[in-house]
Ligand binder design. Structure first.
Ligand code: F0G
Length: 465
């Protein structure tokens, strides 16, 4: 990418936060202390944090100003009214229930709809979505198109659902209380779902009288990629494209920590009047009164503003350009990643990065550990640890390390640094040893599992330049 095409930040800096610079020795100590689980690191131990794009972005001056007009009324706050107005006009869904984050919205929706023995199809469930389906005694199934499992395919809509497979699941014998589609498909590389595909999914779901819900946490990024890639969508705004998606579905859950541009927040929205009443009861039980739902009212004001900012074209252009900048640097060095670059990050293709490590040596985690060791860059494994193969029958393995880019947070220089770190690790990939798990929790293992180095090259030895 020539320099004239460097992503242009459509904002300037008003407040700064110092970036820590732990030494190699400090990073080694931190790894040891953290039991080689990067979730156990503290922010002072991290140089660039690409663990997640969830709740880690920067709010705008308008959002910060919004916090100051927080109306902390328990019931009937002005901030709720504005939030509700924005979500209704964006989605067209009349019932909007705020929650403290996405998984709380999932808990409400699945508690209201799922029974033991049910099957819940999705293109690909995210970890918490899958865990909440399982928590209800129901069975999550992933029905993404075959291209979604091929890291080398440049198919533009790897988030798409395999409609024939969905039809088969809907024919039974197990009951299907809802169909879910995740836009973009986070587990499968941040890949978009096309409008044409969602139309087909909606048609099939309707034919089987099954409600269709969107997991909409990265819907604006999905709309931007549809605008770029889908025939006939080029002249339309992300809002218009998004609205077509919402019109096809019966409702949605949202983690607003992504395309809501806030540090905490979420919601569940629906057209179904009866379901909305049940959701409201559960909301009061788990989260709080329906006009605040586990948040401060000022948070709802910031969220209402963030939802609108996330659909602005210059914002989305810059966001996607940052991901592509990183991809371009990796291309120059031949580093394998899941293609094409996604909406919110780059996912390294572990099987091609570390082909010498067998699955039982946890290559994804080993690579994430190595990126931290080399340059203090924190990433996350999305592979056999986050999604143990036995947890979802029929699930196929893709072994990835995700570099999720927080919104409006890091500069091009930061991303160039990250690319250098990856390229240095790639250059000495053959010396990277595996890991073994010393503690495995029953649910959502990646958050709290513990590991230790295994293999011929002791990973605690100093490496690199
Ligand atoms: N659905 C998707 C597709 C997600 O990516 C996430 C969170 C959730 C639901 C749950 O939302 O965290 O607000 O409870 N993803 C984060 C991530 C954690 O790192 O990708 P939450």
């Amino acid at each position: 990418m020539p320099d004239s095409e460097l992503p242009f930040e459509p904002y300037r800096t008003k407040v700064v936060e110092r970036i820590p610079n732990p030494s190699r020795e400090e990073r080694e100590k931190a790894l040891d202390r953290a039991h080689y689980n990067l979730f156990n690191l503290t922010s002072d131990e991290i140089r660039i944090d690409l663990l997640t794009d969830s709740g880690t972005g920067a709010m705008s001056d308008r959002q910060w100003a919004g916090l100051m007009v927080g109306d902390e009324t328990y019931a009937g706050s002005r901030n709720f009214a504005r939030f509700e107005r924005v979500v209704r006009s964006m989605t067209g869904y009349p019932h909007v229930l705020p929650t403290h984050q996405g998984r709380a919205a999932e808990n409400l929706l699945f508690s209201a709809l799922c029974r033991p023995g049910d099957v819940v199809p999705n293109n690909m469930h995210f970890d918490t979505t899958q865990a909440h389906v399982l928590h209800q005694g129901a069975k999550p199934v992933n029905l993404a198109v075959p291209e979604a499992y091929d890291p080398n395919s440049d198919f533009p809509f790897k988030g798409n659902v395999d409609v024939a497979a969905l039809e088969q699941v809907l024919r039974g014998p197990d009951p299907v209380p809802l169909v879910m589609v995740t836009i973009t498909n986070n587990t499968g590389g941040g890949q978009p779902v096309s409008l044409a595909n969602l139309r087909e999914v909606a048609r099939v779901a309707r034919a089987h009288r099954t409600p269709l819900y969107l997991d909409m946490c990265r819907w604006a990024e999905n709309a931007y990629l549809v605008r770029e890639r889908e025939p006939g969508q080029a002249g339309r705004t992300p809002l218009e494209i998004g609205r077509d998606f919402f019109d096809l579905a019966d409702g949605a859950t949202m983690s607003a920590k992504k395309d809501g541009l806030v540090n905490i927040g979420g919601f569940v929205a629906t057209r179904d009047d009866g379901l909305a009443e049940r959701l409201k009861e559960l909301l009061i039980l788990y989260e709080g009164f329906p006009t605040y739902g586990g948040l401060a009212r000022r948070d709802l004001e910031a969220l209402a503003i963030g939802l609108e900012e996330a659909t602005e074209i210059d914002y989305l252009e810059h966001r996607i350009a940052q991901v592509r900048f990183l991809a371009d640097r990796l291309d120059r060095a031949g580093v394998p990643y899941f293609r094409p670059p996604g909406g919110h990050g780059i996912y390294l293709d572990v099987n091609r990065f570390l082909p010498h490590l067998p699955p039982e040596e946890l290559p994804g985690q080993a690579l994430a550990v190595e990126l931290y060791r080399e340059g203090g860059v924190r990433t996350v494994e999305i592979g056999a640890i986050m999604f143990p193969l036995e947890s979802v029958p029929g699930r196929r393995s893709i072994e990835l390390v995700r570099l999720a880019i927080p919104r409006r947070t890091y500069s091009v220089s930061h991303l160039a640094y990250v690319a250098d770190v990856i390229v240095r690790v790639y250059a000495r990939r053959e010396q990277i040893g595996g890991l073994e798990m010393t503690y495995r929790p029953e649910r959502l293992p990646h958050f709290t599992a513990r590991f230790r180095p295994k293999g011929a090259t002791p990973p605690t030895a100093p490496h690199g330049p």
